[in-house]
Design a protein around this ligand. Structure first.
Ligand code: ADP
Length: 448
């Protein structure tokens, strides 16, 4: 006799957990299935924060922002290829999602900025720490308070579909047992496919050999499962490489460090591009350097304001020196060039005018207080913007753009929102906003 639930959530990243919590709060009986042995997916690795405009926390800090500007900047960052209906929904619901989290004791009250944005709207924990771990631990507390069932080490292998609607799922657990679950709604929140190099290279042959920042569960199985029941896909070739990845460990060096004032310097000791441009452009300019890598450079003041910097130091990524000259020597860099670079950058900060590279944001402070720090970085595969087609209710759509009854998708598995380039801080916003919507709609569908 198969077990029955109202809603099965596939995947325990941010989208899956937000969906499960909301569905439970709607009164649904919810099961979360996670193929890995731990909760959190790739979300647990999220670093910079969650974008939203017109929030209470922005107002508290006196930051003037608008949803219209957030919309425009996301569209521009996505090279105007974003699904505008999804984008409108996203921008509109972002401040509510920040409050939804706060009501659940997950407060993102500090604010920074990411590439492609003109205003501080990236919300993060009060202590400026990485958002992912904080978010997942807060969501897990909420799961536990609600006694939501979770199966770990268990994969959903198939979505059962008959008579024009979803009927449930088939599972495979770590004892190799196949289980059948009945459910009227299935929310697929399985994340992206950055860790499936075969699939990445299929869509983007030139990304062969690139490292990925993603956890190893990011293999795109959810997309294939939904395609089997008729789902359409969109933007599959839109794959983001993140500009600043430590190459020996594939560890992401967060954009927050540039948002906090760091610069990028080439082996020649020179800045080469606006560090606060979008990820696609910054990545392309690093790959365009003769040595195809660069250094993130910062000083003691910037380190003190970015908790992640201490993590980078602890992990051994950071080369430090008491003076810029000594740092250049350690990097085997022309110190005349490097000193001149710092000097002209510091003048740009003082004048708040970076005429050379056009950096308009995060010209926060001069880089002049020792110790001085460098991290060697190059791009890595980071986010798959494409995925299954959904509508603004998170219903999965078929090839004719008709709703597949009972099938919902949220988070990185869904395509369209980010267009050709995702803005830093928009993934966490995506998973929470659309996770909540999926939970609400899936619960209503199952219980009507
Ligand atoms: P998002 O950011 O969209 O929430 P994440 O990558 O954080 O996505 O989380 C997706 C989760 O889904 C991961 O923990 C991954 O292991 C899990 N997952 C992927 N495919 C399956 C599957 N077939 N069955 C169960 N869990 C899956």
């Amino acid at each position: 006799e198969p077990q029955s639930y109202d809603v099965v959530v596939v995947g325990s990243g941010g989208a899956g957990l937000a969906a499960a919590i909301q569905a439970c709060d709607e009164g649904a009986k919810v099961l979360i299935v996670e193929k890995m042995s731990t909760i959190g997916g790739n979300t647990i690795k999220a670093s910079v924060g969650m974008n939203a405009a017109e929030t209470r926390f922005q107002k508290l800090k006196g930051i003037v922002d608008s949803k219209a500007l957030f919309y425009q900047e996301t569209l521009k960052g996505g090279q105007f290829k974003n699904n505008t209906a999804l984008l409108k929904e996203f921008v509109e619901h972002a401040p509510q999602a920040i409050e939804w989290l706060a009501e659940r004791n997950i407060e993102l009250s500090d604010i920074t900025i990411t590439g492609g944005m003109s205003i501080d709207r990236t919300h993060r924990p009060a202590d400026c720490s990485a958002v992912g771990g904080f978010l997942i631990s807060g969501l897990v507390k909420n799961l536990n308070q609600r006694n939501i069932d979770v199966m770990l080490d268990t994969s959903v292998t198939e979505i059962r579909y008959a008579d024009g609607a979803v009927q449930g799922v088939e599972l495979l657990n770590d004892d190799n047992e196949i289980l059948t679950i009945n459910a009227k709604s299935v929310i697929v929140a399985t994340g992206g496919f950055s860790a499936n190099s075969e699939m990445v290279v299929k869509y983007r042959p030139e990304l062969d050999g690139f490292v990925t920042t993603n956890h190893k569960g990011a293999t795109g199985g959810g997309i294939a499962m939904l395609q089997k029941i008729g789902a359409g896909t969109v933007d599959m070739g839109q794959i983001q490489i993140h500009p600043t990845v430590e190459q020996t460990t594939s560890y992401l060096i967060s954009e927050a460090i540039r948002g906090g004032g760091a610069i990028l310097v080439s082996q020649a000791g020179k800045r080469f591009f606006n560090e606060m441009e979008t990820r696609d452009k910054v990545s392309a300019n690093i790959i365009g350097l003769p040595e195809k890598f660069a250094y993130v450079i910062f000083d003691e003041q910037i380190r003190m304001k970015n908790k992640a910097a201490d993590e980078y130091i602890a992990r051994g990524f950071v080369i430090s020196a008491d003076s810029p000259r000594e740092l250049a020597a350690k990097l085997e860099m022309d110190h005349h060039a490097f000193l001149a670079t710092l000097e002209s950058y510091n003048v740009a900060v003082e004048k708040q005018d970076d005429s050379e590279f056009g950096r308009k944001t995060a010209l926060r402070q001069p880089i002049h207080e020792g110790p001085f720090y460098a991290i060697r970085i190059a791009p890595g595969v980071h986010h798959t913007m494409g995925g299954v087609m959904i509508n603004t209710d998170t219903c999965v759509l078929d090839l004719q753009e008709q709703v597949i009854h009972g099938a919902y998708a949220a988070g990185e598995v869904a395509g369209g929102l980010h267009g050709a380039n995702r803005i830093g801080g928009n993934a966490v916003a995506d998973i929470i906003i659309f996770g909540i919507l999926a939970g609400r709609n899936a619960a209503k569908h199952a219980m009507r």
